[in-house]
Design a protein around this ligand. Structure first.
Ligand SMILES: [Fe+2]
Length: 335
């Protein structure tokens, strides 16, 4: 058997001086046997974060800030690194009469309305009305702004693929007009499209909550419960039956009162928002109790299990659709 020759004393220094790395040293660091996400499970309680968001209403106007938004920063990260490596979850506040000016960016964005009525998101000049529980899409590179024609504060979850765009260095941004928008046609919602043949190129930008909630009830009647996810549906693009968004998989799940889920894990780090109910999710052996409007993140390949103390509805988003397109997505269940 051949014996390894001794490595010359200065060899690794000379390699480093050429900005090169010897892959045979600590190979596992570069190619781990399974995902080792460098971020943590975490939960943001509405009762803690909402007062700070409301305080931002006194501190800064949307015009000054472009967006009055708090990014839910993973505690393992520093700076604007987001909630997972690929995704940002944020909370946005807009007060009655305010206007967040138009801009566009290559990041795709989703909105999940938590509070308030009368908010309008404009997408390329079209008005998209916002009501609690609605899931709204701002596609990549579309002009968008927000106005508030109601009389109570509006708060919503923003979900963006900022980390994904940053890792690929594909981020572009452009600021737009500052005058009030909203003269375009009202956007088509899924409810309005229901039962119609798809029309080439027409985008669905709003998925109303009342319709989604109805669909969950239908699921409960006609399907078997999933042992990990309860009754769960994915938001789809009716034009092609694929994911509602090209970079983010979006789902809504209903957990029965007393539901105790079996442990599950998948490679898509997932951000959950509680729309109804109370319960707890065990993530990697750590308990995260949650209530309405709390937001929590499960890292890639971390085992988790939900428990619902009352009937609960959770919205989730992740980069699963990207992983599926690349053929790398995995899941595992245990009982
Ligand atoms: Fe934006």
């Amino acid at each position: 058997m051949a014996r390894n020759p001794p490595v010359p004393e200065t060899y690794y220094d000379r390699v480093a001086a050429q900005h090169a790395l010897p892959l045979w040293v600590d190979t596992a660091q570069y190619v781990p046997k399974e995902p080792t996400p460098p971020y943590d499970p975490a939960l943001w309680r509405s009762e803690d974060i909402r007062p700070l968001l409301m305080e931002a209403g006194d501190v800064v106007t949307p015009e000054e800030a472009s967006r009055r938004v708090l990014v839910l920063q993973n505690p393992a990260f520093s700076g604007f690194q987001g909630t997972t490596r690929s995704l940002y979850a944020c909370l946005q506040l807009i007060l009655p009469g305010e206007h967040a000016p138009e801009h566009r960016h290559t990041q795709s964005a989703l909105r999940l309305v938590l509070e308030g009525e009368g908010g309008i998101t404009t997408v390329d000049g079209g008005r998209v009305e916002m009501a609690p529980g609605d899931f709204i899409i701002t596609p990549s590179w579309t002009w968008h702004g927000h106005t508030h024609e109601g009389d109570t504060p509006m708060i919503w979850l923003d979900g963006l693929d900022n980390g994904l765009m940053a890792q690929m260095d594909t981020t572009f941004f452009e600021a737009g007009q500052t005058e009030l928008p909203g003269t375009g046609p009202v956007s088509t919602s899924v409810e309005e499209k229901h039962g119609e043949p798809s029309e080439g190129g027409e985008r669905v930008l709003r998925y109303p909550y009342d319709k989604a909630r109805e669909n969950l009830e239908i699921l409960r009647k006609v399907t078997d419960i999933d042992p990990s996810h309860g009754y769960r549906m994915e938001y789809l693009n009716p034009a092609d039956g694929g994911s509602a968004m090209p970079t983010m998989t979006t789902m809504l799940m209903l957990l029965d009162d007393g539901f105790t889920g079996q442990p599950y894990r998948s490679t898509d780090g997932t951000i959950f928002t509680v729309l109804e109910g109370e319960g707890e999710t065990m993530i990697g052996g750590q308990a995260f109790p949650w209530k309405r409007h709390d937001i929590f993140v499960v890292p890639s390949w971390s085992e988790y299990a939900h428990r619902a103390d009352t009937e609960s509805v959770l919205f989730s988003f992740s980069d699963r659709v990207v992983q599926l397109k690349l053929g790398v997505w995995r899941e595992a269940r245990s009982s």
